[in-house]
Design a binder for this molecule. Structure first.
Ligand code: SF4
Length: 360
């Protein structure tokens, strides 16, 4: 398998809006709609429509053959160990849950008036990476556009800031090999269809590339597909997830359950749950404010100096704040350059990326 990622990163962002906006992928300068209501994640959700396509096609069919409540078309599910590692590293703010609509009553638990997919009356969910709005110019586009973009993607180089790091997500490393193995369309091919060029240069998959295989079915329970033991704890969460107004405490609740789960069972360790929740809330302390606050610069600077917190939460808040300002501008300002990431991410401690010249 050989892919051409230079100038792409199609699997690290939700570019649905480019198609919906342009039709043929051409630029027309129209701005995207954001459901900004002044609360939490709404800018992340408001940039795209739900369920238009999926990163993994039907490869996660046991869970994802149902529409999710969120609107991320390229959700990257993490394993339990990855959730724990991100928590330990103070990166809780990078993660968010995904729940699904139930197919029918037999698998449903009602929360906030929704029929939520469940196993043994326990709502099931993934934990994945958040996508704040960032100005990016993929696929040879001349000008940047605000798109939901993985928290770890450097918008300047379109390279992953944690590639090669020990906590680089397994799913990202296995993509698109698992889709090829399952005979599903890859993101590379979707980009080729929409924008031309050769992204999937060689579609032969080696044994190494499919070494562990995709985690599907019952074996995914407790490893990648988590079961919440107390649906009442999720009241309000499903509504906010669907509206794109998820709060740090909502995410902390799900991260704690995921980190306390056990492989192949529905069991959740109470002590690990308490530890995970405390850790998530600790590192997201300060994310509880309104993301549209404009006066958060001091708080962000202090947070960046903390040993327990990372650049991630403050950077996400700042991206959302900039995006909202841009949307609310009455002067028709151009989308800012991707280089803004130097101030917003790297100045707060984000790892730099090498650029494509360095890799040739
Ligand atoms: S972690 Fe890296 S490779 Fe995975 S989606 Fe995010 S930017 Fe892309």
């Amino acid at each position: 398998m050989e892919v051409h990622c230079d100038g792409c990163a199609g699997c690290c962002m939700d570019w649905t809006a480019l198609i919906e906006r342009d039709g043929d992928g051409s630029e027309n300068g129209t701005e995207l709609e954001c459901g900004a209501d002044g609360e939490s994640d709404s800018a992340e959700a408001g940039l795209s429509e739900p369920g238009s396509r999926g990163r993994f096609g039907d490869s996660d069919a046991d869970a994802t053959n149902r529409p999710p409540f969120d609107s991320d078309a390229n959700f990257v599910p993490l394993t339990r160990e990855e959730v724990r590692t991100f928590l330990d590293r103070g990166l809780a703010a990078a993660m968010t849950p995904r729940f699904w609509h139930a197919r029918d009553e037999s698998e449903a638990v009602e929360i906030d008036g929704h029929a939520v997919a469940a196993i043994a009356d326990r709502p099931v969910f993934f934990v994945g990476l958040r996508k704040p709005p960032k100005p990016v110019a993929p696929f040879g586009r001349a000008e940047p556009t605000w798109l939901p973009t993985c928290v770890f993607l450097d918008p300047t180089t379109l390279q992953c800031r944690i590639h090669g790091d020990e906590h680089f997500p397994t799913e990202c490393g296995a993509y698109p090999a698992h889709n090829l193995e399952l005979d599903q369309e890859t993101e590379c091919e979707r980009v080729e269809d929409a924008f031309g060029g050769d992204r999937l240069v060689d579609d032969r998959v080696t044994d190494d590339e499919i070494a562990d295989g995709p985690l599907l079915g019952l074996q995914a329970i407790g490893e990648k597909l988590f079961c919440h033991p107390q649906p009442t704890e999720l009241e309000g969460v499903i509504d906010r997830l669907e509206a794109g107004t998820l709060r740090p405490a909502d995410r902390a609740e799900c991260l704690a359950v995921a980190s306390a789960s056990s492989s192949g069972t529905l069991a959740v360790s109470e002590s690990h749950y308490e530890q995970g929740k405390a850790r998530a809330l600790e590192v997201m302390d300060g994310d509880t404010g309104n993301d549209s606050d404009d006066d958060d610069a001091d708080g962000d600077a202090a947070a960046g100096e903390s040993e327990t917190r990372s650049w991630v939460g403050p950077a996400i808040r700042e991206w959302i704040r900039r995006y909202r300002h841009h949307q609310q501008s009455t002067l028709g300002d151009a989308t800012p350059p991707a280089e803004l990431a130097v101030d917003i991410e790297e100045a707060r401690g984000a790892p730099e990326t090498p650029g494509w010249d360095a890799l040739e």
